[in-house]
Design a binder for this molecule. Structure first.
Ligand SMILES: *Cc1c(COP(=O)(O)O)cnc(C)c1O
Length: 380
């Protein structure tokens, strides 16, 4: 098979699985227990917190373990909204955010919050002037993703972070696609909250974290026990936390090697497709995008039909994001870009990982060429 859907999820590193294993059976103790095997687990959680903090240039007490990217996004948006409701009830975000952010905002609208959903330019980038123009007296939060999961567009998060700080507004970024894919430093970007998820970088599904800058006023999201400094209740998922830590360690070590390799495959594929297939548009910018992301729209073609043909050859890609796979609606991201009618149905996304090769890209492009022609011929 050729797996080109790494933005949907990644394979778990074998070393990660090995590292997790003892924590299911031998080292199964609840970290809150009053005995040795509990304190050992408490300690390993703390070690992992330190490791993750280091990867972001944060402090260990600013890392809060969650069940993944969706929970982190929900917590950031709703937790800030509730805790700061006396200060104001206005939030600024963009039209191309992940649904975990967008639907959290929609939810808040039902409780009297006002949300500004900013437009993006034709490449999916938000304009910093638009962010500034949207700021009001009662704005409490700006939430803009670091990198888009569908089209790979990188947002100017450092500039937005500084702008937010200047106006005394909190800044959250969904960095699920960026963390462990590109260098990230919360200090440089003046980031107050940042979401990440382990299964996007070689860790297990169902674990992630929210970075919350020390002193940020935020409501706990899950109430119950005193775990995570009384901010996120629930017995710690020790094996998964350990697994995420190992995945951070491994992917950080080869960050630049992977990044360069993926970027090479990305540019090679873009070049070949644009050169050899007529009626195609690249969604998102040529350069300022995630190293492993390619997203095309083919004119007068159904992306879904194209995926079926690829699937028959065990080539796995997606029509936009994995989350939209069941819906026949064109993606909200492509709509926000203003992709023309005759192109928007023909969207297809390929996302690379460190295991992909140039031969695979060649195989996929050759099949794409053939399939696009066949599908277009059959419709005439
Ligand atoms: C995958 C993804 C999420 C959701 O993360 P889960 O861990 O699957 O809940 C959120 N935001 C972005 C940008 C993503 O790519």
């Amino acid at each position: 098979m050729i797996y080109l859907d790494h933005a949907a999820t990644t394979r778990v590193y074998p070393q990660v699985i090995k590292e997790m294993e003892p924590y299911f059976y031998e080292k199964f103790a609840n970290p809150s227990g009053a005995y040795d095997i509990s304190s050992e687990n408490k300690e390993v959680i703390q070690k992992t917190r330190e490791k993750i903090a280091q990867a972001l240039n944060a402090k260990p007490n600013e890392i809060f373990f969650t069940s993944g990217g969706s929970e982190s996004d929900n917590w950031a948006v709703k937790g800030i909204a509730i805790a700061n409701r006396e200060k104001g009830r206005h939030i600024i975000t963009t039209k191309t955010e992940h649904h975990a952010v967008l639907y959290s905002c929609k939810y808040l609208e039902r409780y009297g919050y006002e949300i500004t959903y900013l437009d993006v330019d034709s490449q999916g980038r938000v304009r910093i002037e638009d962010v500034e123009a949207a700021i009001r007296e009662d704005t409490i939060l700006i939430s803009v993703m670091a990198a888009n999961n569908e089209i790979g567009t990188l947002q100017p998060i450092e500039a937005i972070g500084w702008l937010a700080k200047k106006h005394g507004i909190l800044f959250h970024t969904d960095a699920v696609q960026m963390f462990c894919q590109l260098p990230l430093d919360v200090g440089k970007g003046e980031i107050d909250l940042l979401s990440a998820s382990a299964h996007k970088f070689g860790g297990p599904k169902g674990i992630g974290f929210l970075y919350i800058k020390e002193g940020t006023k935020i409501e706990p999201y899950i109430h119950g026990g005193g775990q995570e400094n009384k901010m996120r209740a629930g017995t710690e998922n020790v094996p998964y936390i350990v697994g995420m830590g190992k995945a951070v360690e491994i992917s950080r070590k080869k960050l630049y090697a992977t990044l360069n390799r993926e970027q090479y495959l990305r540019d090679y594929m873009i070049h070949r497709v644009m050169e050899e297939i007529p009626g195609v548009k690249l969604n998102g910018p040529f350069r300022n995008r995630l190293p492993g992301n390619v997203n095309f729209c083919f004119e007068n073609l159904s992306g879904a039909s194209l995926l079926i043909l690829l699937n028959e050859r065990e080539i796995y890609a997606s029509a936009g994001s994995a989350c939209n796979a069941d819906s026949s609606e064109p993606s909200h991201v492509l709509q926000a870009l203003g992709v023309p009618e005759n192109y928007i149905e023909g969207a297809i996304r390929f996302t690379f990982g460190e295991e992909n090769t140039r031969q695979e890209v060649d195989e996929v492009v050759n099949l794409l060429k053939k399939s696009v022609k066949e599908l277009r011929d059959s419709e005439q």
